[in-house]
Ligand binder design. Structure first.
Ligand code: NDP
Length: 351
């Protein structure tokens, strides 16, 4: 009998790639996947090969943080937990980010702990749970972040943060607190399942999730879309460390499939990409897009930052235990630009 895996939040950018990767795996998994509403069900199923649809069971979970998840975890061997709000334009950090992230993770682990079939749980955390803004964030020449690092931000600081970066700060703290809660749960409850966390920085790649429109483009894809949608200035703060979404999905699967891979945090990194490098590349490889590059791109393309001068990310554990080999920035950026151009052509893109 084939193994059943659970993917939470399958309508998300990374989660839909997880679904594709799980279905393509030689392990022939059956996939149960949660989504907040069945409104995207038909579009989701239409994106799958007919022979794969039979191996997919979709179930509605209105709120991972408070719903009864007994049905979701029943008979499942592996769980990939991706549901978590990734947005920075929020009104209330506690309500919009901190509580859904932390309570969503804890509620899932609580139900997983009651289900004897669950052997392994992989939680999608983030480099956000690792970066230390108080020490300078990436502005730490010579510093190399590892999985020993933890974002020191607290619930109270995130809840009370103000100013233009408050949403980003609260998001990062939500990821730190959710991941910390997961490791603390394992330490305290000693469940029969093992835990691993995947900590990617910015995740880029084709947007294949259902129901995508310009207004709900996932946050990391929107950051790249800002480079080719005719802005009147260069976007500030494209966060340089990145990982291709297919590598992120592969890392999750390898965590459960490879021996000795569970029980660890995995920092992923395919390299560094600045907005200046990106506009130069796009101008050279997509001449027809030059008119859609942000105003000032010519100057930006001539002033490429030295990305070896910012803090680096140590992804050696992912290379060692998950046997990862990451896609580079040119491949990743090209995949994104090709995809975003196609998205723009969809009739309902601006709906
Ligand atoms: P998406 O926004 O595409 O997906 C987020 C998922 O979480 C969706 O399924 C969404 O459901 C669900 N969700 C959003 N808000 C809530 C909420 N309040 N309560 C319950 N569910 C919610 O983001 P990504 O795919 O990019 O992110 C997936 C995971 O990866 C997240 O945990 C994120 O923190 C993490 N991550 C992402 C990175 C990136 O650059 N993309 C980098 C590092 C980590 P619905 O579709 O119904 O809105």
């Amino acid at each position: 009998m084939s193994t059943t895996v659970l993917i939470t939040g399958v309508t998300g950018f990374i989660a839909f790639h997880m679904l594709e990767a799980a279905l393509a795996s030689p392990s022939n998994y059956r996939v149960r996947a949660t989504l907040r509403s069945m409104s995207k069900k038909d579009e989701l199923l239409a994106r799958l090969l007919p022979e794969d649809r039979e191996r997919v069971e979709l179930i509605e979970v209105a709120d991972t943080a408070s719903s009864d998840l007994s049905e979701a975890v029943r008979g499942v061997s592996y769980i990939f937990h991706l549901t978590s709000p990734f947005q920075t334009n929020i009104e209330d950090p506690e309500r919009d980010l901190l509580k859904p992230a932390v309570d969503g993770t804890l509620n899932l682990l609580k139900y997983a702990n009651k289900e004897p079939s669950v052997e392994k749980v992989v939680v999608t955390s983030s480099f956000a749970a690792i970066i230390d803004f108080q020490a300078g964030g990436l502005e730490r020449p010579g510093y190399v972040y590892t999985t020993k690092d933890w974002n020191p931000g607290t619930f109270e600081e995130a809840k009370n943060a103000t100013g233009p970066t408050a949403g980003l700060f609260a998001y990062c703290v939500s990821k730190k607190l959710a991941e910390k809660a997961a490791w603390d749960f394992v330490e305290k409850e000693k469940p029969s399942f093992s835990l691993a966390t995947i900590n990617p920085p910015m995740v880029y790649g084709p947007t294949i999730q259902p129901g995508i429109r310009r207004k709900n483009l996932n946050t990391s894809s929107a950051a790249l879309y800002d480079l080719i949608n005719g802005r009147d200035s260069m976007p500030q703060g494209l966060f340089p460390p990145f990982c291709h979404v297919k590598d992120v999905a592969a890392a999750h699967l390898r965590a459960v499939e490879l021996p000795k891979a569970m029980g660890r945090r995995y920092l992923l990194c395919g390299g560094m990409l600045s907005a200046n490098h990106a506009v130069k590349f796009i101008a050279e490889h997509y001449p027809l897009l030059q008119s859609k590059l942000p105003k000032g791109w010519q100057e930006a393309a001539q002033q490429l930052p030295d990305l070896s001068q910012i803090a680096q990310l140590d992804a050696s554990d992912a290379k060692k235990y998950l046997e990862m080999d990451f896609r580079d920035w040119k491949t990743t950026l090209k995949d994104c630009v090709d995809d975003l151009q196609q998205l723009e052509k969809r009739p309902n893109w601006d709906a």
